[in-house]
Design a protein around this ligand. Sequence first.
Ligand SMILES: [Zn+2]
Length: 91
Amino acid sequence: MILADGIVIAWFAGVLLLGFVAFFITILAAIVRLARRVLRSAARLIGPALPTSAGRAGAPAFARLCSRPRCGYLNAGNARFCARCGQPLSG
Ligand SMILES: [Zn+2]
């Protein structure tokens, strides 16, 4: 009986520990995601001084002109789609 109780307690402790680990991993992932989002918005506020994905791709980091002739909207450098007409901004 004592041995069985010990096994039950060990299992319980293990499951509890696993739960805690999973909980902390989830919290950590949420914090990392939030930090990344904050950093990204901060970089957007600072401006084109920091290298963006658009800058690395060779496109101007400050503005991307819409390729649709009737639109020609000047989008932000990190925009992937035109803010006015939704045209994908390639290059
Ligand atoms: Zn457009």
